[in-house]
Design a protein around this ligand. Structure first.
Ligand code: SF4
Length: 387
């Protein structure tokens, strides 16, 4: 089912208490003086912003937003609610959190207007957690999730990683079982990617046999689909499962190209077909704000073909897929026709499910989503629609 478009706000908090060996996000090791400087810059950037109107979702991502302490989160939510005239009871406000935090922090986030937690559990196997370089145990994660419920959080998500070093199908099954037992409302399952210039890249070059191969990763992802859907979760996006009504509204907006204002270093936003991204470096971002300059690193106006192509790629990630009627309404195009070549090729390879209303990935297509989506990036538009 298609949901109305939302307008989102994304706030990037780059701090982490320790840097995981597989991470290549824009992160900074937690230091009080750096947090103070960054939060001052963030407040200035938000205060100077024009719009957006009618904000429906706020998402604190990172990094680990929970690392800056609940008082600073409360100051940010208060600023955002005031600046954008937000009714806190009418929006989804998500905070990415590390399970090593205690019940006092959790309670204060809820009081600050956060109403959804996305918890970086990653695994319920302590050996896997150790190899992932995490600073929490499976017992910490269970304790955290119970405390979150007690503090009044009615919308809780947790992340699991598929493909970590030494991971077995049996071990992953146990993690999935534990995730379901915690009673969370949403589970994200991310396949581990080995990013260049990380400690994992060095480890992988030395001992590739320690890491699950493509066949095992595919089996892990299929296991996630089968266990979570059997437990009543809806597989509504390639990496995301939710109980009915608990899909992430913020990410749904992203997958449907809704406007999203972005604040903080490396934050990427979208407005009326313009995509932009802030400086990725800490000093570059803070320095620009302190000198009253724009923190923008890049800004790109997407032409019509790019917008339609990217809309198709994003739609294919979701269980709705490309809905022809929606593309007609949003862009005035016949998606069945303009993606004819891509559909034919991917259908022949057995990667799509098609009917008269639209097209979407089947189970095999999900496993090869990146290559399928790439086929849809360049629609075959009639000449007069390239403007
Ligand atoms: S907690 Fe997340 S953002 Fe921080 S270092 Fe680990 S993977 Fe990267």
């Amino acid at each position: 089912m298609l949901h109305p478009l939302t307008t989102g706000v994304y706030v990037h908090i780059p701090f982490c208490d320790r840097i995981c060996p597989y991470c290549d996000f824009a992160v900074v090791k937690t230091r009080e003086s750096a947090i103070d400087r960054y939060c001052a810059a963030l407040h200035s950037e938000i205060e100077r912003a024009v719009g957006p109107q009618k904000v429906r979702t706020i998402y604190f991502g990172g990094g680990t937003p929970s690392a800056i302490g609940p008082a600073r989160i409360a100051a940010l939510t208060a600023l955002l609610f005031d600046k954008f005239a937000i009714d806190p009871d009418a929006i989804e406000c998500t905070l990415e959190a590390n399970p090593s935090r205690g019940p006092d922090d959790i309670r204060r986030w809820r009081e600050a207007g956060v109403n959804r937690l996305s918890v970086g559990v990653q695994s319920f196997d302590d050996t896997e957690l150790h190899r992932l370089g995490r600073d929490h145990s499976s017992a910490d994660a269970r304790r955290f999730l119970r405390a979150a419920r007690s503090a009044g959080f009615e919308n809780i998500s947790l992340d699991l990683i598929a493909g970590s070093p030494g991971q077995s199908l049996a071990g992953f099954r146990e993690s999935l079982r534990s995730a379901i037992e915690t009673g969370v409302d949403h589970v994200s399952v991310y396949g581990l990617t080995i990013e260049a210039a990380t400690p994992y890249a060095t480890w992988f070059a030395r001992e590739p046999q320690v890491f699950p191969d493509d066949d095992l990763v595919a089996a892990l992802l299929e296991e996630a689909d089968s266990q979570l859907t059997a437990a009543g979760f809806i597989h509504y996006e390639i990496s995301n499962f939710a109980r009915a009504g608990f899909e992430s509204a913020h990410n749904r907006g992203y997958w449907r190209q809704a406007d999203c204002a972005a604040f903080g270093m490396s934050a990427a936003g979208y407005r009326d077909g313009v995509r932009y991204v802030n400086h990725r470096g800490f000093d570059e971002y803070c320095g620009a704000i302190e000198a009253h300059r724009s923190p923008l690193a890049e800004e790109e106006q997407l032409d019509f073909g790019r917008r339609v192509g990217e809309a198709a790629m994003l739609a294919l990630r979701t269980s709705d897929g490309i809905v022809y009627e929606e593309f007609r309404r949003r862009f005035g195009v016949d998606a069945h026709a303009i993606f004819g070549a891509a559909r034919k090729k991917c259908s022949a390879a057995g990667l799509l499910e098609e009917n008269e209303a639209g097209t979407r990935l089947n189970n095999r297509g999900r496993l090869l989503a990146n290559s399928v989506c790439a086929e849809f990036l360049t629609p075959d538009l009639p000449r007069n629609e390239h403007a």
